[in-house]
Design a protein around this ligand. Structure first.
Ligand SMILES: [Zn+2]
Length: 380
């Protein structure tokens, strides 16, 4: 390695470490897509031992970084089998929170589709109870799951204080849940999910998401449930424009949810409308490039929205599936679009405005970033 190459490698390493240390807000993370590879491998082995799957069929895909789209779908099938067990759901939820906290995510909204599976004795409610059990089982960091004004003992798990960049303080992560309506569901099943969100609002559930295979289903099917959520005052985020479905994109923009995910395939008139509505966008760079929603990182619509000062937040979508992390998404923005450290810090900080949790949480997060500014003294 020559000297110039050495300097380049050192610079990249320093920037990557800086992105990990940066406090971050994650607003678009699917629970099942965020599972660690090591856990997937272990659980796949167990399934193979029971004769449910053939281990060799999935082993290479699990071990691989940078999977192709068909390989991602293969893993989706595996997730589907895994999440029919309550204990597995609990374990996954616990580990996903630990992993996000480990890379200094200070606020996390996890979304998941509550599932009914009669054969396994699983209802949408028991599935969610298993998820919440996992969040409560986290020991590595403090998890704040409830809104501070609705519970007094809001800190669920305490560990001895840890050394954090010279300060003795406990690492803390605010976690909230969004319930996803799957595009394959009927109107009645979608309504069940909204009612469950209301039922679990004291357990950290604060919003509704619409997701799933973008070429499946009709907007009219979910609209009554989304309308119901709106009437109940439950914040909504919608996967929008993953494919160029003009009629649906128009309907979603007209519905005007609190946030939108992806917004890849918009035409000029739709971009104009989105910008005039100022709906915050959850940007998922790696995911969009890997699934073909964006032609490349360089040509991703992040640049246009960022330059237009449109409200946005960097997110991972499925960090396990797409072999990324929120820190990596920040790094990619710096490496691809040339954002400076102060700009990255500002981007992370601004995401606080778009969270679904209440004002008390926003206030606490603003304090976290204010405190962090002192440590990131090269950015102020
Ligand atoms: Zn998504």
């Amino acid at each position: 390695m020559d000297a110039e190459m050495g300097r380049k490698v050192a610079k990249e390493k320093e920037m990557r470490e800086w992105c990990v240390a940066l406090p971050k807000v994650e607003l678009h993370a699917h629970l099942n897509g965020s599972v660690r590879n090591s856990t997937l491998l272990e659980l796949a082995k167990q399934l193979a031992d029971k004769g449910i799957i053939v281990f060799e069929d999935v082993k290479d895909v699990i071990m691989k970084n940078g999977r192709s789209l068909p390989e991602c779908f293969k893993l989706f099938d595996l997730f589907h089998i895994l999440t029919t067990e309550h204990d597995t759901v609990t374990r996954i939820a616990k580990e996903v929170v630990e992993d996000f906290a480990a890379e200094n995510v200070v606020y996390l909204e996890i979304r998941t589709t509550p599932k009914n599976n009669e054969a396994k004795g699983m209802t949408k409610r028991s599935y969610m109870d298993a998820v919440i059990k996992g969040l409560k089982a986290v020991e590595a960091v403090d998890v704040v799951l409830f809104d501070s004004n609705s519970r007094t003992n809001d800190t669920l798990a305490c560990t001895p204080t840890i050394e954090f960049d010279g300060d003795t303080m406990k690492k803390r992560i605010y976690v909230r849940l969004l319930l996803s309506i799957d595009r394959r569901e009927t109107t009645s099943a979608a309504l069940d999910t909204v009612n469950l969100a209301l039922e679990l609002k004291d357990q950290g559930v604060i919003g509704i998401d619409l997701s799933g295979n973008p070429v499946v289903g009709e907007w009219e099917t979910y609209l009554p449930a989304l309308q119901h959520a709106k009437e109940l005052g439950i914040p909504i985020t919608i996967h929008c424009g993953e494919v160029a479905n003009r009629k649906e994109i128009q309907a979603v923009l007209d519905f005007c949810p609190q946030r939108l995910g992806h917004v890849c395939c918009l035409n000029d008139a739709e971009w104009k409308k989105l910008k005039s509505l100022m709906i915050p966008v959850e940007i998922c760079l790696t995911s969009n490039v890997m699934t073909g929603g964006a032609p490349s990182l360089e040509l991703h619509h992040f640049a246009d929205l960022y330059n237009a000062k449109h409200p946005l937040s960097l997110c991972t979508d499925d960090c396990g599936l797409f072999s990324t992390s929120l820190s990596n998404e920040y790094y990619l923005v710096a490496a691809t679009f040339g954002l400076t450290k102060p700009e990255l810090f500002h981007l992370a900080q601004e995401a606080v405005h778009f969270i679904f949790a209440d004002e008390n949480v926003k206030k606490s997060l603003k304090e976290v970033f204010k405190h962090a500014e002192k440590r990131f003294d090269d950015v102020v």
